[in-house]
Design a protein around this ligand. Sequence first.
Ligand SMILES: Cc1ncc(COP(=O)(O)O)c(C=O)c1O
Length: 393
Amino acid sequence: MIDVARVRAETPGCRNVIHFNNAGAALQPQPVLDAVLNHLQLEAEIGGYEAADRAGVALEEVYESLARLINGAPDEIALIENATRAWDMAFYSVKLRPGDRILTARAEYASNVIAFLQIAARTGAEIVVVPNDEAGALSVDALEGLIDARVKLIAVTHVPTNGGLVNPAASIGRIARRHGIPYLLDACQSVGQMPVDVAELQCDMLSATGRKFLRGPRGTGFLWVRRSLIERLEPPFLDLHAATWIGMERYDIRKDARRFENWESYIAGRLGLGAAAEYATAIGLEPIWARVTTLAEALRRALSEIPGVTVRDLGHERCGIVTFTTEGLPAQELRKTLAAAKINVTTSSVFSTRYDMMARGLDLLLRASVHYYNTEEEVSRFCDVVRQRVASG
Ligand SMILES: Cc1ncc(COP(=O)(O)O)c(C=O)c1O
């Protein structure tokens, strides 16, 4: 059981807002804030390089904290400024040729698909979108049926930006492993809200961000790459951190996952990211997941009882992201009303998840994403505001 009063007391933002935008950026807990602010203070007092030297051990511990969080190893972690670049460093490292196939899901994130399209145009590789099952998750049977010698990468989003869907990442992993196909999992929206265990998921590469359900600072993220794959992946960019200039015409690429990093970075943010991983691990990902799903289901139930509201979440298993549309009321208008009542939500448009939104005939959704520090009272208050606004047209 989570001590909700305590985690709320440790979250300054809870005093000001009802924060249902955890899929955008969650409220940071005090220990994360302290880690960032203390380091910024130290930089101001003694100098940036000198502060980094002093934080040397703590910075190494960030890799350990993240590895513990996802059941990987510290040398399999690269700290990267956001989930997109983390994902890119893995994806652009995979060599593809004409006719090679990338299998992906209908709920794939726009930035990933844009990268697929760029590489498809450059190399002649093909993108194949695996159909959904009857509940709207990636169909594991359809995926299995599409496997052949042309498939060189399976790249799937675990939890999409536009809804409560949880794709069957572990079942996908079993297929990928059985056929020896590299498997890249975009875990940007899942890390921090549910247990994510790379051994259980059997993925080979996993990208995540700091600021969303993990409750870390903005401008932070990480990539995990299975050790056996690291040296087979040549990063699309190298610098003097990822590699060493050892002869006039020779360089050596690092052997650990830090080959995907670059030298200059937001040190205070990294420390904050480590603090966020420690904070989540201390609370426990199982209790976090239990509370997130309970609150989200309560929210879906209450919303679906409001006339004119349609909940849009797909899948057998659903997470803390709740999306809905309101008849005759644009999502942007409702968002403004909620903001005036100090309730944070956001919208999700066709530009973020085109395959999925087009298939469902949707162009904009209201997205309310809950976390374990939210309360049942906040869910009720949220639904009251939505009910009144929808009724007034
Ligand atoms: C599924 C998914 N992948 C990737 C990203 C990008 O993450 P970042 O903004 O940290 O690069 C997002 C952000 O919303 C996302 O929802």
